[in-house]
Design a binder for this molecule. Structure first.
Ligand code: NAI
Length: 358
């Protein structure tokens, strides 16, 4: 059987660090295993346009492995060409780069390695909140420049204690963020999610649900986005919603770039409506060199904590999602039941409730 994997190029780092498993060079560590069973394994980072390896090989691949860090966009058009495709595996979490409605229509299953990197992301969220609130990046840049003017950075530095923090999405990552924020003695922890937390879980983190999104954001000093990208969340944080944020609020998005409107966020930061924006996800990946989020700043010249998409691909996470990918393939080859929590689209229907209310 033909297995196609679209991964990111690791270059010299991947050659010297074999634990960078999610790269073209290290191939999720499954080449030998796949080939020993007689399967063909094609691995490439070439994913854009009709001449890409992705589009060339998708026509007769039975299994497609992709990663959110370098998404191979499997559009409705490509689904038409993928005549033999039966299984899409996301090495990681977040399958919005696959047209899930087409997968349902075509009877192609979509699985993720659920949970594999949720702690990695939750830690990154807490770090991003802190670096924005404490104005860390400009303070570090000042030191590198050789300057020392405490007031320049202290004038926009605050404590996280006594602030209101809210998460859009209180699933695996959102909930872990709330758990990790508990010892910071925030004023309140809020969440917005169409799926309410079980009572005991909400109580354990002392979180209050707000059902109206505008009301929710208007109560938060810090908003963190932790829901999947789907029809109901694309452009959710747009110019209109940003007006309802508290003036000078901080926004952290490690979920998906396209959940936040690129230009509206940049404008809100420039005007000071947002005091900071931080995250690792971009509406297009890799992000173009002139992407406005690379350099957007608040009126005091700070408030930007953007990094490339890597929060969920720590070496610890890579080990987990490489193992999880192998386990999903093993189940598929041996016709064994898959872990229910990993199934986003089963045969002809959504199994996950996280990709929108249907
Ligand atoms: P999950 O499925 O455990 O939780 C998602 C939650 O979002 C669910 O509770 C769901 O009800 C909620 N949700 C869905 N639509 C919503 C809406 N319109 N409004 C409010 N809540 C909504 O997923 P998990 O593991 O927490 O991951 C969430 C997302 O984080 C992934 O889909 C992915 O896009 C992103 N992610 C990013 C990574 C990174 O490296 N930056 C790594 C892993 C995940």
């Amino acid at each position: 059987m033909k297995v196609l994997a679209i991964l990111y190029k690791g270059g010299a780092a991947a050659t010297s660090e074999p634990r960078l498993l999610g790269t073209v060079e290290n191939q999720l560590g499954i080449r030998e295993w796949l080939e020993s069973q007689g399967h063909e394994y094609i691995v490439s980072d070439s994913k854009e346009g009709p001449d890409s390896d992705f589009q060339k090989h998708i026509v007769d691949a039975e299994v497609l492995i992709t990663t959110p860090f370098h998404p191979g966009y499997l559009t409705a058009d490509l689904f038409e060409k993928a005549k033999k495709l039966k299984l899409c595996v996301t090495a990681g979490v977040g399958s919005d780069h696959i047209d899930l409605n087409s997968a349902v229509k075509k009877g192609v299953q979509v699985l993720e390695v659920s949970g594999s990197n949720v702690v990695s992301v939750a830690e990154h969220v807490v770090m991003s909140i802190l670096l924005l609130v404490r104005n860390f990046v400009p303070a570090h840049e000042m030191i590198e420049r050789g300057d020392w003017q405490v007031s320049e950075v202290a004038r926009n530095a605050y404590d996280l204690e006594n602030k209101v923090v809210g998460t859009i999405g209180a699933g695996r990552i959102g909930y872990r963020v709330l758990q990790r924020l508990l010892p910071f003695d925030c004023k309140e922890l809020l969440y917005y999610d169409y799926a309410p937390l079980p009572e005991a879980a909400a109580k354990a983190v002392n979180a209050r649900r707000v059902e109206d999104l505008k009301e929710f954001v208007s109560q938060c000093d810090i908003v963190t986005v932790n829901c999947p990208l789907h029809e109901g969340t694309r452009g959710l944080v747009n110019a209109e919603l940003l007006k309802h944020f508290k003036k000078g609020a901080w926004l952290v998005n490690t979920a998906r770039g396209a959940i936040c409107d690129k230009d509206a966020v940049a404008a809100a930061l420039a005007s000071g409506q947002l005091n900071g924006y931080s995250g690792d996800v971009w509406n297009v990946q890799p992000a173009p060199k002139d992407h406005v989020w690379r350099t957007a700043k608040n009126p005091l010249g700070g408030g930007n904590g953007m990094v490339p998409h890597y929060s969920g691909t720590t070496l610890d996470a890579q080990a987990r999602y490489a193992n999880g990918t192998k386990k999903i393939l093993e189940n598929y080859f041996e016709d064994k039941a898959q872990e229910p929590g990993n199934i986003i689209v089963g045969l002809g229907k959504y199994e996950s409730k996280a990709y929108g209310q249907r």
